[in-house]
Design a binder for this molecule. Structure first.
Ligand SMILES: Nc1nc2c(c(=O)[nH]1)N[C@H]1C(S)=C(S)[C@@H](COP(=O)(O)OP(=O)(O)OC[C@H]3O[C@@H](n4cnc5c(=O)[nH]c(N)nc54)[C@H](O)[C@@H]3O)O[C@H]1N2
Ligand SMILES: Nc1nc2c(c(=O)[nH]1)N[C@H]1C(S)=C(S)[C@@H](COP(=O)(O)OP(=O)(O)OC[C@H]3O[C@@H](n4cnc5c(=O)[nH]c(N)nc54)[C@H](O)[C@@H]3O)O[C@H]1N2
Ligand code: SF4
Ligand SMILES: [Mo]
Length: 827
């Protein structure tokens, strides 16, 4: 298959774990054309809004272009040699003085497998410690624990095609419609073709999933274990267990059944669902031959996330609905390479490539393979514990790559204190200004999507190439290169002599085969060990296990033979009990805050935030509030509200909606101090975690709510980014040719107008201003050059019911002198 056709280059989407195949073609103008790759078996040419807008985000706005050493005396640009030498020296010095546990890497599911492999090799293989953890800890850790406990391996057994063969698909704690949109499209099409397929949504909130669902179970937040224990008990009581499968392929069902039964008498009060609702769901599960349960952060991000996962796996094991066409549990991965990171082993508690610390044979194999006598022998600190240790002064140097912990870890204040306490903080990112990069001592510019090259693994274990399509700006380099340079400067020359990412991949493929000739471990790339540079460059999607180079599309599933990866090759039932989330609402903090994603933004907006198209869907941070709750708290639609608790506070615009239950709130995770004032949920979220997985409880935080007492509001369009931090509230929206600031203030409208007028650029040709003639103090200013608007401002009192104009197109409007006053009046 030709990978380059009419200039189109095959690559993989930068965003979610669906891992859609993309074709990209650079235009002479520097823009990038994007279309879906029809030959890619995960998406067959389909893309979602974020994928389609990839071309908008390859602009160089805000990129980090050089290594920068930051100090009180100012910023210093470094060359790569000095920058990597500085990292090597600081890390080596800390290790010499305080031991290898005094340094850490905090990495990300947005690294490529090759980057991940090299980072893990350096930390565990040569620094000899295991303080390398990934933001996947915040994302997939509970699923990893659940899988390992049940299957003896971290395995997602299904392939996407199963969604099209299932009789019943359960979406639990997954907003598939917004977070894995192309999978959702595949499911919607399957339902259109066969309306008898049952789709059930299990989420405290209503989401877009409901548009294709047969029914929605709006369970109480955190009650999934009770719900699935109820299902297991029902299956047992009504004789729906698959006794043959249980006998031949599983261990310890009796303990799990007993635990499920003991939860059953409080089932309705715990879940908030009626017997009728429960029975309908339980009957449907029992009577559907082929069932897929899709689960995501509503399951994982909980203080009992691992138990939630096992409560689901128990039901699939008890009925043998696993490893068969159209059947199985399906943990969807979030980030483009969250799965690759798990395969590499870049979590603090695994060794490498599905090999484990507690297995001395694995240790010996890896030691020999990496030619090292320094291999780490015990697990390191998980993300939240790592930042706690940092706050306690125990971590002397940390290297953060491709993640923004000051926004995404719980308890932002503590994370900030931790970074302040750490003597040497290195941040590798593509973007210059992130909340975390503001805390760095050294910034390293990384290549981003469309510039970097390597592999990612998606939710159905399919490995695809991301390819280099555009040159990278400034001095940006691949992460694997940066890490290797540092490793060599730390003295590990021979082990890190990579010239090309393909060499790293071949080494990694080799590692996956160690001691694995008879399929002892599920993960193997034995069919890819012989890839040469050309083979790697041309690599088509491969679904693991890969025992032979796959030249045709495969749709494999694991566990089809009823064998698992435990010592006796049988799957384990895990006895789990419902437990309430760690914090409950009380009189002071009566509302329950849930947090998650919106359709068109990705995490901290460092990339999707560059697209004006994507910004239109949700221009400002918002909080979903039920109409009854809004009434009780005197909140009107679109008012700005403050959420607060002992942990901190956060501002967002009220979106009154029946999609959310009374007394619950939903806040998106995307806005942060780089894009808004005080609008990130992690200000409010306590660092409570699941004791098995270390995954934080992001979806269950008691808060109080008050309406902001602001006097005025404004919109401010500008070609350049501005700083409005002295005002009470601002949020930045990308628009064509610039930014639009949404502002609110405790100042009166005229005072705010004066202040904003003072912020207009002075080097403009004309400044036209206009005060409303209607008596109410409405102000409009516009700063013009010959034929275009440089800046435009509109201010009005808060009680003014007439919504201020949006100004979203103003910067891209061309005009002449005659149309000038017309434009001003139309503002
Ligand atoms: N547009 C977009 N897509 C993304 C991302 C993005 O940033 N933007 N990020 C990617 C990443 S990294 C991830 S991890 C995935 C996340 O994908 P999802 O997990 O689907 O997304 P979330 O919005 O975090 O949460 C899912 C749902 O869990 C529900 N929930 C909350 N508490 C409970 C509970 O106790 N039980 C149940 N059953 N449900 C509950 C929430 O109401 C929410 O609707 O999305 C990926 N895709
Ligand atoms: N309240 C709350 N908090 C949450 C969650 C939640 O549901 N609620 N979800 C959690 C989950 S599931 C996740 S996955 C995290 C995500 O949280 P983060 O990982 O902190 O979010 P991102 O914005 O994706 O950060 C990635 C950074 O890497 C940079 N980057 C992109 N590509 C590269 C690259 O190739 N190399 C380098 N060096 N840098 C690169 C980007 O510019 C960006 O700054 O948030 C977690 N936090
Ligand atoms: S579904 Fe995910 S991988 Fe596919 S185009 Fe959308 S964001 Fe990209
Ligand atoms: Mo995630």
């Amino acid at each position: 298959m030709s990978l380059v056709n009419d200039g189109w280059i095959k690559t993989t989407c930068a965003y979610c774990g669906v891992g859609c195949g993309v074709e990209a073609r650079p235009k002479l103008s520097g823009e990038l054309e994007i279309r879906g790759d029809k030959s890619h078996p995960s998406n067959y040419g389909k893309l979602c809004t974020k994928g389609i807008a990839l071309g908008d985000t390859v602009i160089h706005d805000g990129r980090l272009l050089t290594p920068i050493e930051k100090s009180q005396s100012g910023d210093k640009i470094l060359d790569w040699d000095s920058a990597t030498q500085l990292v090597a020296d600081k890390f080596s010095h800390a290790i010499e003085r305080y031991g290898s546990d005094s340094v850490a890497f905090y990495v990300s599911g947005q690294l490529l497998t090759e980057d991940y492999y090299v980072a893990n090799k350096l930390m565990k293989g040569f620094i000899g410690a295991s303080n390398i953890d990934s933001n996947s800890r915040l994302c997939m850790a509970s699923s990893v624990v659940g899988h390992k406990r049940a299957f003896g391996s971290d395995t997602v057994p299904i392939c996407y095609e199963d969604l099209e063969h299932a009789d019943m698909v359960i979406l639990v704690g997954s907003n598939l419609a917004w977070c894995h949109p192309v999978l959702f499209q595949r499911l919607r099409t399957a339902k259109q073709i066969n309306p008898d397929v049952k789709i059930v949504v299990i989420d405290p909130r209503e989401t877009e999933n409901n548009t294709i669902a047969d029914y929605h179970l709006a369970l109480n937040s955190g009650s999934d274990v009770a719900l699935f224990n109820g299902l297991l008990h029902f299956l047992n009581k009504h004789d729906h267990l698959d006794h043959d499968f249980i006998q031949s392929s599983t261990n310890q069902i009796n303990q799990a059944l007993a635990a499920a039964e003991s939860d059953d008498d409080r089932l309705e009060s715990t879940t908030g669902l009626t017997r009728k609702q429960l029975n309908r769901f339980y009957q449907d599960f029992a009577h559907s031959d082929k069932v897929i349960t899709v689960y995501s952060q509503g399951v994982n991000q909980s203080s009992i996330g691992s138990d939630k996962v096992n409560s689901i796996l128990n039901c699939h094991l008890a009925t043998g609905k696993i490893g068969q066409v159209g059947s199985g549990p399906f943990s969807v991965t979030g980030q483009p390479n969250a799965m690759g990171g798990r395969e590499v082993g870049a979590l603090a508690n695994t060794l490498a490539s599905h090999m484990e610390f507690d297995n001395s044979e694995h240790q010996a194999l890896i030691r020999e393979f990496w030619q090292t006598d320094r291999l780490a022998t015990k697990p390191g600190l998980k993300a939240v514990d790592l930042f706690d240790a940092m706050a306690d002064g125990k971590i002397k140097a940390v290297w953060i790559m491709a993640t923004n912990p000051l926004v995404s870890l719980p308890d932002s204040a503590k994370v900030k204190a931790a970074l302040e306490a750490c003597p040497f903080v290195v941040v590798s990112d593509c973007i210059a200004d992130t909340e975390t990069s503001r805390m760095a001592d050294l910034l390293l510019p990384a290549q981003g999507w469309s510039e970097k090259s390597g592999t990612v693994t998606n939710s159905e274990r399919r490995i695809s190439r991301q390819r280099r399509i555009m040159p990278s700006p400034g001095m940006a380099k691949p992460d694997w290169w940066i890490i290797s340079q540092v490793a060599r400067k730390m003295g590990y020359h021979d082990a890190f002599r990579y010239r090309h990412e393909g060499q790293i991949f071949a080494e990694y493929a080799q590692l996956s085969t160690l001691g694995n000739n008879n399929g002892e471990r599920d993960f193997t790339l034995s069919g890819l060990t012989q890839l040469d540079e050309q083979g790697y460059n041309q690599l088509t999607p491969q679904q693991w296990p890969v025992t032979q180079l796959q030249t045709e599309t495969t749709n494999q599933r694991l566990f089809s033979n009823g064998e698992f990866y435990t010592a006796n090759r049988k799957a384990n039932f895990v006895a789990v009990h419902h437990r309430e989330p760690q914090t409950a609402c009380n009189d002071n903090f009566p509302l329950l805050l849930n947090s998650g994603r919106t359709r068109d933004q990705w995490h901290t907006m460092s990339r999707t935030g560059l697209s004006a198209r994507l910004a239109e869907h949700k221009p400002e941070p918002y909080v979903q509030i039920h109409p009854t709750t809004a009434k009780e708290h005197s909140v009107k639609a679109h008012q700005l509200v403050k959420l607060h608790n002992a942990q901190g506070e956060c501002l967002a615009r009220a979106e009154i909606s029946e999609q959310i239950q009374p007394n619950q709130l939903f806040l998106p995770i995307h806005w942060n101090n780089a894009t808004a004032k005080n609008s990130k949920p992690c200000n409010l979220i306590a660092p409570q975690t699941d004791s098995h997985s270390g995954q934080p409880e992001f979806k269950h935080t008691p808060v109080a709510l008050t309406v902001c007492q602001h006097q005025s509001r404004a919109t401010f369009a500008s070609r350049t980014a501005l700083n409005f931090n002295s005002l009470d509230y601002w949020a930045r929206q990308k628009i064509a040719e610039g930014y639009l600031y949404h502002i609110e203030s405790t100042l009166s409208a005229d005072k705010l107008a004066n202040y904003l007028k003072s912020r207009l650029k002075h080097n403009i040709e004309r400044l036209v201003s206009h005060q409303s003639s209607e008596g109410s103090a409405r102000f409009r200013f516009i700063a013009l050059t010959a034929d275009r608007v440089e800046q435009a401002v509109h201010v009005q009192p808060i009680q003014d019911e007439q919504r201020i104009s949006e100004l979203t197109d103003i910067l891209s409007t061309r005009f002449n002198q005659e149309s000038e006053s017309e434009i001003l009046l139309s503002l």
